[in-house]
Ligand binder design. Structure first.
Ligand SMILES: Cc1cc2nc3c(=O)[nH]c(=O)nc-3n(C[C@H](O)[C@H](O)[C@H](O)COP(=O)(O)OP(=O)(O)OC[C@H]3O[C@@H](n4cnc5c(N)ncnc54)[C@H](O)[C@@H]3O)c2cc1C
Length: 268
């Protein structure tokens, strides 16, 4: 109950001014910056914002986007155009306003004590893991980043991660960048020989099949693993139960109890 009240208490609804909406690649990937006032101070890695892409009745529902990074009074999201809502979002201009609720969701449970962290990103999953990487850097926790995508253009943020002075390993399914194969192949190779005496913790964000394989590998090596799940979210405040998943603790709402879950809790 305390958790629930805390969450509601910290969630705000604002009109956020767009300060940048930049195309990163071929009308597919964009970075959006918004003036959000206090929300930037409240935001934690792994949380998301729930945006109305316009003020019309279509699309009616808000769209959830992970918080990619925060500044003093602004935040960024990184998004991929996949349907009507994101198409409209890509047309929105600097100086316009978006109705936003946030920060929403539980966020990543940060490691206690000294551990080595492995971040596993599939495609646009890098969006939330970059904010986590910034926090790990702030806490001087060592980490490595594995980024996978279908092709070279799906590998986002490689240089941004490198600027944090960490090892970044890349894989693509067609071999146009990094190792040919899946990002989970990189994880499978890394975990048995992590080059570190520290205990390992894995955090992952990406598509469902990647989650299942990441969870399987983490279990094989008895490594804690946290997954930031993506489901279609309707109300975004835990009321409609439209985004439930099955877990060992019963049904849980991705928007409210998640989006981050311990992989061992999830019933796939
Ligand atoms: C907690 C959370 C954080 C997210 N963070 C990001 C982010 O940082 N960047 C980003 O680009 N996207 C993110 N997403 C996904 C994003 O919300 C969807 O891509 C967006 O809502 C699609 O809206 P649309 O109207 O363009 O597509 P729609 O027209 O609604 O859908 C197009 C197609 O995509 C499928 N789809 C839509 N939403 C999802 C979803 N959430 N999961 C799986 N399939 C979906 C639909 O079933 C349909 O087939 C996040 C989702 C969640 C739940």
């Amino acid at each position: 109950m305390k958790n629930m009240l805390n969450c509601y208490y910290h969630m705000l609804q604002i009109k956020a001014e767009i300060t940048e909406n930049t195309e990163l690649f071929a009308q597919t990937y964009y970075q959006l910056s918004l003036k959000v006032g206090e929300i930037s101070r409240l935001a934690k890695p792994g949380q998301f914002v729930h945006l109305r892409v316009n003020q019309k009745t279509v699309p009616l529902l808000r769209r959830p986007f992970s918080i990619h990074s925060v500044g003093e009074k602004n935040l960024q999201i990184l998004y991929k155009v996949i349907g009507k809502g994101t198409e409209i979002l890509a047309q929105r201009k600097k100086g316009e306003f978006l109705d936003m609720i946030g920060p929403s969701g539980n966020g990543y449970k940060l490691p206690d004590g000294k551990v080595k962290v492995v971040l596993v990103a599939g495609g646009i999953g890098v969006a939330s893991l970059y904010f986590l990487a910034e926090e790990l850097t702030r806490r001087s926790l060592p980490f490595v980043v594995l980024i996978g995508g279908k092709s070279r253009e799906d590998i986002l943020c490689r240089d941004k991660f490198k600027k944090l002075n960490v090892d970044v390993m890349v894989s693509t399914e067609d071999g146009t960048s990094g190792r040919k194969g899946l990002v989970t192949d990189l994880l499978q190779e890394l975990l048995p020989t992590p080059h570190s005496q520290l205990p390992i913790v894995v955090y992952a964000c990406g598509p469902t099949e990647m989650f299942k394989e990441t969870a399987r590998i983490a279990r094989k090596y008895a490594v804690p693993c946290y997954l930031s799940l993506e489901k279609i979210i309707a109300c975004g405040v835990g009321a409609c139960q439209g985004c439930v998943i099955n877990t060992k603790d019963g049904y849980q709402r991705v928007c409210k109890d998640g989006p981050v879950f311990d992989s061992e809790q999830i019933i796939w």
